[in-house]
Design a binder for this molecule. Structure first.
Ligand SMILES: NC(=O)c1ccc[n+]([C@@H]2O[C@H](COP(=O)([O-])OP(=O)(O)OC[C@H]3O[C@@H](n4cnc5c(N)ncnc54)[C@H](O)[C@@H]3O)[C@@H](O)[C@H]2O)c1
Length: 474
C-alpha cells in the first residue's frame, strides 16, 4: 500500500514536504503505518488536476461513467478482504463487523446509486420551450471521518463522479489506510486522470485548505459539528456549496406496547461499532410501565456484549478509535456517574484487557434531558435511559436536542408509530427495528447537518439546476 505518496492526476506522486503522521492500531496502541501529510502545494496540485479534468469528464456519456463505476464495484468486491483488514487495523472494527457491515455498506450504497442513476433524468422539459438541466457542480472536496470509512467515502465519491464532477478526497488522518486502498481501486478501474484525486492530511492543514480553496466548488463533509462549523466558515469567503453530515443524539422511543425484543435491540444498536455511529440510538426513552424492566434488560445486554481486539473473529465489539476518543468517553462516563444511576459498565477497561482503547459497554438509568450525558454526543458504547409518561412528553424529549439525525420508535400500534414519526424533527425515523431502505436519503435536521446522501437525493447533492429557455427540442 502506498502510504507515502498522494494520488494526483492519475498517478502516485511524492508529497511536497517530508511531514508524516503515524497511524495507531487502536486494539494494540501500536503504530501500524506512517502516512505522508499534505501541504498547500499538494492541495493545490490535486485541485488543479480536478479542475483540468472537469470539462471533459462532465461531458462524458452516462453509459461510459456507469461502465467505469461497475468496474470499480467489481474491484471493490474482489479486494474486499484487503479493505476489511485495512479498516479493522486502522479503526478497530472486529473481523466480522469489518467484512460484513463496514465493507457491505459500501457495496450496498454503490448499488443504490447505480439503480438511482439508471432512471435519473438530467434534462426535463419544463414548458415546451424551457428545459430544466441538472449539471455537475464542478470540483468537489470530500472530507471524511474514521467511523465508517468506506461507507462515507463511497457515499461521496460515487455520486460526485457519477454526476460528472471531479473530486479531491481527504480521508480522516486517523483512518487513512482504507482511503489509500480505495484510490488504488479507482486507479485500477481506469478513471481518466484528474477525475479522482487523494491527498492525505489533517483538518487544519489539507482540510481547511480545501474548504477555502477558490477552485473548489463544493465541500461535502462528514464528521464532528466542530469541524462542520470550521469548514462552513472557511468556505464562506468563496460562497461554495457546503454539504454537512454531522453528529446525532438519537432518541429511541419505546412505548409500553412495543415488542419484547425492543429494549435489547435498541441497546445492541447503541453499542454497535463501539458506539461510533452518528445515527446511534443513545437516548432510550421508555414508557413508565416498562421502565424498570427496560433498565434490567439494557444492563443485561451491556453485560452480555463482549469487547475484544479487532483481529479476533466473533460478534464482539472492538476498541474505540483513538486515545483522544477513549479519554473523552471516560470523562463523560465519570460525569454520568455523578449525574445519573450507573447500572452497567463504567470507567476503566473491561476485565482482561489492559491495552487498547477498549471501553466497557455502559448503561445509565434515571437520566433526564438536562444532563450532560443526555446532551453530548459521546461516540462510545454508552446508553442513557429516560422514563416518560405520555406520547406528547416522549416527542418533546426526543426533539429537545440540537441534533436531528435519526430517531427510533417502537410500538405495535401502526397509527401511533406514524403519528409520532411525523412529529420527530429528524431526517430519519426508523420504527420497530426496520432499517433504512437502499437509496433512502441519509441526512439530518438542525445541527446534524444539511446534506442528503444515498440514492437519487445523493446524486442531486452534486448538481446545479439550470433553466434554459428558448429551447428547441431535438
Ligand atoms: N457524524 C459522524 O458520522 C461523525 C463521524 C466522526 C466523528 N464524529 C464526531 O466527531 C467527534 C470527533 O471526531 P474527529 O475528531 O475524528 O472528527 P473530525 O470532525 O475532527 O474529523 C473528521 C474529518 O474532518 C477533518 N477535519 C477536522 N477539522 C477540520 C477543519 N477545521 N477543516 C476541514 N477538515 C477538518 C478531519 O481531518 C477528518 O477528515 C466524535 O466524537 C464524534 O462526535 C461524527
Amino acid at each position: 500500500m502506498n502510504t507515502q505518496e498522494f494520488y494526483i492526476n492519475g498517478q502516485w506522486v511524492a508529497p511536497n514536504s517530508a511531514a508524516t503522521m503515524d497511524v495507531i492500531n487502536p486494539s494494540t496502541e501500536e503504530v501500524c503505518a506512517t502516512i505522508a501529510i499534505g501541504d498547500q502545494a499538494d492541495t493545490d496540485a490535486a485541485v488543479a488536476a480536478a479542475k483540468a479534468a472537469f470539462p471533459a469528464w462532465s461531458q462524458t456519456d452516462k453509459a461510459d461513467r456507469v461502465a467505469l463505476l461497475q468496474k470499480f464495484r467489481d474491484i471493490y468486491v474482489s479486494r474486499a478482504e484487503d479493505m476489511a483488514q485495512a479498516i479493522s487495523t486502522e479503526m478497530g472494527a472486529p473481523q466480522q463487523l469489518a467484512r460484513v457491515q463496514q465493507i457491505g455498506a459500501g457495496t450496498w450504497h454503490i448499488d443504490g446509486f447505480l439503480k438511482a442513476f439508471d432512471g435519473f433524468e438530467f434534462e426535463k422539459m419544463h414548458t415546451p420551450t424551457e428545459a430544466t438541466l441538472l449539471e455537475p457542480i464542478g470540483v468537489c472536496a470530500l472530507i471524511t471521518p474514521w467511523n465508517w470509512p468506506m461507507n462515507q467515502i463511497i457515499l461521496k465519491v460515487i455520486p460526485a463522479i457519477a454526476t460528472g464532477c471531479t473530486v479531491v478526497l481527504k480521508p480522516s488522518e486517523v483512518s487513512p489506510l482504507s482511503g489509500i486502498l480505495f484510490a488504488e481501486f479507482m486507479h485500477e478501474a481506469g478513471f481518466p486522470a484528474g477525475v479522482f484525486n487523494l491527498v492525505n492530511g489533517d483538518g487544519p492543514g489539507v482540510g481547511s485548505q480545501l474548504s477555502c480553496h477558490p477552485d473548489v466548488d463544493m465541500v461535502s463533509f462528514t464528521g464532528s459539528s466542530r469541524a462542520g462549523i470550521a469548514i462552513s466558515k472557511a468556505a464562506a469567503d468563496t460562497l461554495k456549496r457546503v454539504s454537512l453530515e454531522l453528529g446525532g443524539k438519537g432518541a429511541n422511543i419505546i412505548f409500553a406496547d412495543a415488542d419484547e425484543d425492543a429494549v435489547n435491540r435498541g441497546a445492541a444498536r447503541c453499542f454497535r461499532n463501539s458506539g461510533q455511529s452518528c445515527n446511534a440510538p443513545t437516548r432510550m426513552l421508555v414508557e413508565r410501565s416498562r421502565y424498570d424492566e427496560a433498565v434490567i434488560q439494557a444492563a443485561a445486554t451491556a453485560e452480555a456484549t463482549r469487547v475484544g481486539p479487532a483481529s479476533e473473529e466473533g460478534e464482539h465489539i472492538g476498541p474505540v478509535v483513538s486515545e483522544a476518543q477513549f479519554t473523552k468517553i471516560q470523562d463523560l462516563i465519570e460525569i454520568g456517574k455523578k449525574e445519573a444511576r450507573l447500572v452497567a459498565g463504567g470507567t476503566g477497561r473491561p476485565d482482561g484487557l489492559n491495552r487498547g482503547y477498549f471501553v466497557r459497554p455502559t448503561v445509565f438509568a434515571d437520566v433526564n434531558n438536562d444532563m450532560e450525558i443526555a446532551r453530548t454526543e459521546i461516540f462510545g458504547p454508552v446508553l442513557s435511559i429516560i422514563p416518560f409518561d405520555t406520547e406528547e412528553e416522549a416527542v418533546a424529549l426526543a426533539n429537545d436536542t440540537v441534533y436531528g439525525l435519526t430517531n427510533y420508535v417502537q410500538s405495535s400500534d401502526d397509527a401511533k408509530r406514524m403519528r409520532v414519526g411525523r412529529q420527530l424533527r429528524s431526517g430519519m425515523v426508523e420504527t420497530n427495528g426496520k432499517g433504512f431502505a437502499q437509496g433512502s436519503p441519509f441526512g439530518g435536521y438542525k445541527q446534524s447537518g444539511n446534506g442528503r446522501e444515498g440514492g437519487a437525493f445523493g446524486l442531486h447533492e452534486f448538481l446545479e439546476v439550470k433553466a434554459l429557455s428558448g429551447f428547441v427540442a431535438e
